[in-house]
Design a protein around this ligand. Structure first.
Ligand code: HSE
Length: 342
């Protein structure tokens, strides 16, 4: 599979590391031979239609800060759109940073990929939160697959679990912790007695928080994930503006300690029922959702199978890269089986 990789931050680099380390296994077990023909970062691109040397890419990124510095295959200043439009490839992996103001530039990359008949895998929440109904329709119109497992729960397969494991059932309610940073902050405040600011600083140092931490603490990141779940799993046609959002900025140690004394814990909970809502909520410590640290947890309530809760790490570069790999394998298998429409 020829792949154009847009964005070469921690997720993109981890994906190429997985490709390097699992080369034989991916081929032997899945018949999957990823050929990364272009990588684009802020400095430009590296391009080789025969397939780039991934070790060399990682080295160039580490030592020179950009893949475009490669002496043989680098193209300083080359743009992602140019690469998507001019190169022949089966898939575009879009892993550029999230922007929830207008979804750009990722939104344009995804549309360009669809337009040129390329399947898309993204972990980017911005375009999905703002335009998911349109994007899924566009993908269908262009007869390409559109996958985004890593956008919710990083490596934890919340989307696939709900879509595949509860196949045939009807999910009527979803409730969960969808943001690792805020869960980490709330947990640190309880367990270590630290202030909100200290806990946030630690989450940033550990690399869980978004570049703009307001995304996490003001609830936007969780709201984006709620929108993705609502569209993909429950068939709702909603976007970010349909979510009522309240973050954890005003939660004090006092709030948390008094909840703890009564056997409760405060979590940033997102829920999808008649309406979509993100807000700090007191839940019983006995609930399956009462997980600490950076864990995410989502309870799916379905008509026949009842209630299930899936818990897993919801943030991290290698975790998100593993979700992108799952999506690529899924597309590969669908193409091999000629499954269309889905
Ligand atoms: N900042 C996000 C979180 C990263 O803390 O959950 C994963 O989307």
């Amino acid at each position: 599979m020829r792949i154009i990789l847009i964005g070469y931050g921690v997720v993109g680099q981890n994906l190429t590391r997985i490709f390097i380390n699992r080369r034989a296994e991916l081929f032997n077990n899945y018949g999957f031979r990823p050929r990364v023909i272009a990588v684009v970062d802020r400095g430009g691109a590296a391009v080789n239609p025969k397939g780039l040397d991934l070790e060399r890419l990682l080295l160039s990124k580490r030592e020179k800060g950009t893949v475009a510095a490669d002496s043989k295959f680098g193209k300083p200043g080359a743009s992602a759109i140019e690469m998507i439009e001019s190169l022949e490839a089966e898939a575009v992996v879009e892993a550029s940073p999230t922007n929830i103001k207008d979804g750009e530039p990722a939104l344009s990359y995804i549309k360009a990929a669809f337009r040129t008949g390329k399947h898309v895998v993204t972990s980017n929440k911005g375009p999905l939160a703002l335009a998911m109904p349109v994007l899924t329709e566009l993908a269908e119109h262009n007869r390409v697959y559109f996958r985004f497992s890593g956008s919710v729960g990083a490596g934890t397969p919340f989307l696939e679990f709900a879509k595949r494991c509860l196949f045939g059932d009807r999910i009527i309610f979803i409730r969960g912790i969808l943001n690792g940073t805020t869960n980490f902050i709330l947990t640190e405040m309880v367990e270590r007695g630290v202030s909100f600011e200290q806990a946030l600083k630690k989450a940033q140092d550990l690399g869980y928080a978004e570049a703009d931490p307001s995304m996490d603490i003001d609830g936007f990141d969780a709201a984006c994930k709620l929108v993705i779940l609502a569209n993909w799993v429950m068939g709702k046609k909603v976007t970010l503006k349909d979510v009522s959002i309240q973050g954890i900025r005003n939660i004090t140690r006092n709030d948390i300690e008094s909840a703890e004394k009564e056997g409760f814990t405060v979590k940033l909970i997102g829920s999808i029922g008649d309406k979509l809502e993100v807000k700090p909520t007191k839940i019983s410590k006995e609930e399956p959702l009462a997980v600490g640290g950076t864990f995410n947890a989502v309870t799916f309530v379905s008509e026949f199978a009842g209630e299930q809760t899936l818990i897993g790490r919801g943030a991290g570069g290698v975790e998100t890269a593993s979700a992108i790999l799952r999506d690529l394998l899924d597309i590969k298998q669908k193409l091999a089986a000629r499954v269309w429409p889905e």
